[in-house]
Design a protein around this ligand. Structure first.
Ligand code: SAM
Length: 286
């Protein structure tokens, strides 16, 4: 029977390849051993692919979201940096985060009492808990509540409820586009307590400098303190990736809070130094 593959999967000399083609002039291909999971939800194609170079990976509509080999870099950096900035976060909201990697990192802190994870697509959570344990950690923490709805709608009517909000979104295309709007950041500001902190992934400084700057400026218009930091995530286009923190009050990190949290990338030195930005980013943010 003729093998029917989506446009981003192809066969070359019998080998299966995933080609990320979200850019007109840049194609990134990964040789694939096996399609572990493949279902279409009402939002996107959800795949778990076993790749030769990066192990198992979550792929949404043909775009690599996280992998067994480098997913921890992103998940640790978007979680432990804001956790080091807030002195005592008890109520945490995660928007997106369907691979459960962020919830896994946040649950390493005993002081956290509640983790609400608002993921629009329950199929992503199902696929990652069942087939991507290297990222999801088979998360079963009783403090985690899965809420399967649009993060924009969920956040719109919350007032002073959270100490920390982590926006772990996919790229600003498809269902995640709304998670980059100023109105969404405004509702996060309202949903945070007086000393609350929000953090979002703000895309590639190399390929998405405009989106990065736009997120940074929108957040800086709303929050007393805005800080950007970076990390290198090999499977993200261009490698270098940016994160933007908006804080209502706290401005310093207590980097030693990350000690003994069983991390593979984030440590005290990394958390203290990640806010040092390359000149081109500093210029861009002026
Ligand atoms: N760490 C990865 C990255 O930086 O690309 C992505 C993490 S996670 C896979 C992104 C999640 O955001 C996806 O599971 C997607 O379904 C979810 N998502 C997209 N739009 C959303 C929305 N409006 N509300 C809630 N979740 C959303």
């Amino acid at each position: 029977m003729e093998e029917r593959l989506p446009s981003y999967l192809s066969r070359k000399n019998g080998d299966l390849w995933l080609t990320e083609d979200e850019y007109d002039n840049l194609k990134i291909s990964y040789r694939i051993k096996e399609i572990v999971f493949d279902q279409k939800s009402s939002f996107q194609d959800v795949m778990i692919l076993d790749s030769y170079h990066f192990g198992r990976m979550l792929v949404l509509d043909g775009i690599v979201q996280t992998t067994s080999v480098d997913g921890h870099i992103y998940n640790e950096m978007i979680s432990h940096v804001p956790m080091a900035m807030h002195p005592n976060p008890k109520n945490v909201l995660i928007i997106g985060g369907g691979d459960c990697g962020v919830a896994k990192e946040v649950s390493k802190y005993e002081e956290v009492e509640r983790i609400d994870m608002v993921e629009i697509d329950k199929l992503v959570v199902k696929a990652c808990l069942e087939h991507l344990p290297a990222v999801s950690g088979n998360l079963a923490d009783p403090r985690v509540t899965y809420i399967f709805e649009d993060g924009v709608k969920f956040a719109a009517d919350k007032i002073q409820e959270y100490d920390l909000i982590i926006v772990d979104s996919s790229d600003p295309i498809g269902p995640a586009r709304v998670l980059f709007e100023k109105s969404f950041y405004q509702s996060l500001h309202q949903a945070l307590k007086d000393d609350g902190i929000m953090v979002c992934q703000s895309q590639s400084p190399i390929f998405h400098g405009d989106v990065m700057k736009q997120s940074y400026s929108r957040i800086s218009e709303l929050f007393k303190e805005v800080k950007m930091y970076t990390a290198v995530v090999p499977t993200y286009p261009g490698g270098l990736w940016s994160f933007t923190i908006g804080s209502k009050q706290h401005t310093e990190v207590n980097a030693s809070k990350v000690n003994n949290k069983d991390t593979q990338y984030a440590n005290r030195q990394i958390i203290e130094s990640c806010f040092s930005l390359p000149q081109f980013i500093t210029e861009k943010l002026k």
